[in-house]
Design a protein. Structure first.
Ligand SMILES: [Zn+2]
Length: 61
């Protein structure tokens, strides 16, 4: 399997999350998460709903 975003092979990355038609590596996940997080922080309700996810991601990053 390769990352659908950066085309790195699963052996080249730490984690590869595989979906039905796409896969994403940990590096691209964090890039995407930064974008999503900015959106989250502009919407307080969404921040609350995803608080734990954001914490987990920040520990990892
Ligand atoms: Zn990638």
């Amino acid at each position: 399997m390769i990352c659908s975003f950066c085309k790195k092979h699963q052996n080249e990355v730490a984690v590869l999350v595989v979906g039905p038609d796409v896969s994403i590596c940990d590096e691209c996940l964090f890039i995407c998460f930064d974008v999503v997080k900015e959106h989250f922080y502009s919407t307080e309700k969404v921040v609350k709903a995803h608080e734990n996810t954001i914490k987990l991601m920040e520990i990892g990053g």
